[in-house]
Design a protein around this ligand. Structure first.
Ligand code: AGP
Length: 609
């Protein structure tokens, strides 16, 4: 989604703004722009549609200079992709960049038009900047006071950064439902949508909280909370290394992130497994242990890939801990009147910790009488982490590819540990915990083994990349894996892919089967295999082209391709079997030549509902 970077320094910041905004490209965007205040206290604005490199071209030979400025990547919501709609937007002496949506912008636009404002764009951002200008003209107050008085008029989740060319020593930032992070420098300060933009400048960050307004000057920052009282917010030393943001020997971030999975899982297990037999979460105190002792139901809410991880976890909660578990996509959870089960505990899953739908669901859940809530998240300091009762961090490292890979397998690793721990707490015996701890230590090696199948998977990809439709099938805990495999494929290759539970095929989708539709099946050797074999037979007799990933022996009819995978323990099979599907999607997209790391229309962190 939109990316914001701004700085107030003692030096010319044009290069910093261009480099940093480029680092936010991975979030997804369609145009970019920047504005500086020059030494005459005038705004200089440059905007361009397309990639940041187009913006860089436009700034060349312009000798731009300024010690304070804003930059933005826009992901269109209000108004088409055009230079007029690209940020920053300016009203006289005020310039702003903004992320999120102002839900009542139409009403405010009509009001401002009546007051004589002429709009240059279709954006809700221009509504904000004219509103600030109008309020300031009316009241004569400083920009920060005007912003404080205006935020109640702006409905929706958003963040913004503003500057005033009459007072060129400060930036004003507002965090209202969409993240902003202050980066602390020496004699200079920065603000951005996420730390990646600032990692080569500083490691010291302040995550603004919901409702915060900050004044950022080169020498100091002042933060007001939603009651307009000055507050001190914790400074976080980031342990994220800037090197993580480089592709190294890989062609794409997604490829790098797929191959990083054994290490991401090792990092996620680190300090959480004692003697390979005990699972240890320092984050869970006595209070949480008591909650889990009493818990009778789990509700998990998430989006996209994180939702698929939740679907796998449902199998584990129910089969290992005997706790009923419901899973729902966050936007649906927030779209109906909810009935909450007795003694239910609420869990959110998220890579970014900033997904607006998931955050809204968490906020709603707090009014519904759950026993408590927990987030499993990859981003320390993110909104979900800050707003949840407890959090467990996955240690996947920064994930840049829009298509999630290592965040999925590390979420599953934490979820499996959590289920095992809850079994021990509830059943007061630790045999399940011991068994799972032991299996989890083997998991990174198992993944290393399956990654070695890359060449064979690449060959399958070469046969499939021209296909228009692909079906994915799975049974039991492999159904969410089929869903995740289909999501990966459609995101990065734009091939239509659908997932079905294998047994559901005969209830309709079988009508689609002919020699033109490839079907991908993950079929581990387990109690469900015989039923899956029957489904394979049903497809075979109708001429479907089948590709099976399995560690079992399967009769090879002429339209079946079997990719024999190494043995894996049944409980971790979902974490293992997603790897070939990630590689398959990656190699298909590579053959097609699509933009793998930044697929069209998508954003890494979806901060609008
Ligand atoms: C995954 O490949 C997607 N890009 C997307 O579905 C993602 O998983 C979803 O937007 C949720 O994101 P989160 O985990 O950061 O909350």
């Amino acid at each position: 989604m939109c990316g914001i970077v701004a700085a107030v320094t003692q030096r010319n910041i044009i290069n910093f703004l261009l480099e940093s905004i480029q680092r936010l490209e991975y979030r997804g965007y369609d145009s970019s722009g920047l504005a500086l205040i020059n030494k005459n206290n005038d705004f200089i604005r440059v905007r361009s549609i397309g990639k940041v490199k187009e913006l860089i071209k436009k700034t060349k030979n312009k000798k731009l200079s300024g010690k304070i400025g804003l930059a933005h990547t826009r992901w269109a919501t209000h108004g088409k992709v055009s230079e007029e709609n690209t940020h920053p937007h300016i009203s006289s002496h005020i310039a702003i960049v903004h992320n999120g949506i102002i839900e009542n912008s139409l009403k405010l636009r009509l009001f401002l038009q009546k007051k004589g404002y002429i709009f240059q764009s279709d954006t809700d951002t221009e509504v904000i900047v004219h509103l600030l200008h109008w309020e300031q003209k009316k009241t004569g107050k400083s920009l920060v006071e005007v912003i404080h008085n205006s935020v109640i008029k702006l409905h929706g989740n958003y963040s913004m950064v503003a500057m005033d060319s009459n007072h060129s020593s400060k930036l004003i930032a507002v965090c209202s439902g969409s993240p902003l992070i202050i980066g602390l420098g020496v004699g200079e300060n920065f603000i951005a949508s996420d730390q990646i933009a600032l990692l080569n400048i500083t490691k010291r960050f302040i995550y603004l909280k919901e409702g915060d307004i900050a004044i950022i000057k080169a020498e100091k920052t002042t933060i007001f909370n939603k009651n307009y009282s000055i507050v001190r917010r914790k400074i976080i030393e980031s342990d994220v290394k800037y090197e993580c943001v480089k592709k190294g020997k890989y062609k794409h971030y997604m490829e790098k992130e797929i191959y990083e999975q054994p290490d991401s899982i090792r990092n996620t297990l680190k300090n959480r497994l004692k003697n390979n037999t005990t699972i240890f979460f320092p984050e869970l105190g006595l209070k949480e242990i008591n909650i889990f002792l009493n818990v009778e139901h789990i509700q998990i809410v998430a989006c996209g890939t994180s939702y698929h991880a939740a679907m796998v976890a449902k199998h584990w909660f129910e089969s290992l801990a005997n706790i009923p578990c419901d899973v729902e996509v966050a936007s649906e959870f927030s779209s109906r009147k909810l009935a909450v089960r007795k003694k239910s505990f609420f869990i959110t899953l998220s890579q970014s910790g900033e997904t607006a739908d998931t955050l809204t669901a968490l906020r709603i859940s707090k009014k519904l009488g759950y026993l408590g809530n927990l987030t499993i998240c990859n981003m320390k300091g993110s909104s979900l982490v800050q707003e949840s009762d407890i959090y467990l961090l996955t240690q996947a490292g920064i994930e840049i590819g829009v298509a999630s890979t290592k965040s999925f397998t590390t979420q599953l690793t934490v979820l499996l540990m959590l289920v095992a721990k809850i079994v021990s707490i509830k059943q007061k015996k630790n045999n399940v915990e011991k068994k799972i701890a032991k299996i989890l230590t083997i998991l990174p090696y198992r993944i290393e083994e399956i990654l070695k199948k890359n060449k064979e998977i690449k060959n399958i990809a070469k046969k499939l990349y021209n296909t228009k439709n692909i079906l994915f099938l799975g049974r039991g805990d492999q159904y969410p894996i089929a869903m995740e495999g289909a999501l990966k494929l459609k995101e990065i290759s734009y091939i239509h892919a659908e997932a079905y539970p294998s047994g559901e095929l005969k209830h309709g989708p079988l009508a689609l089967i002919d020699e033109n539709i490839p079907i991908i099946i993950t079929a581990p050797k387990n109690l469900l295999l015989e039923k899956t074999k029957k489904n394979i037979q049903e497809i075979c007799t109708r001429g479907g082209l089948i590709y099976i990933f399995s560690d079992a022996e399967i009769n090879l009819e002429k339209n079946i391709t079997l990719l024999k995978v190494p043995y894996v323990e049944e409980i971790i099979a979902p974490i293992f079997y997603i790897i070939p599907l990630q590689l398959l999607a990656y190699y298909i997209a590579l053959s097609k030549g699509t933009n793998i790391d930044q697929p069209r229309n998508l954003a890494k962190s979806v901060t609008v509902e």
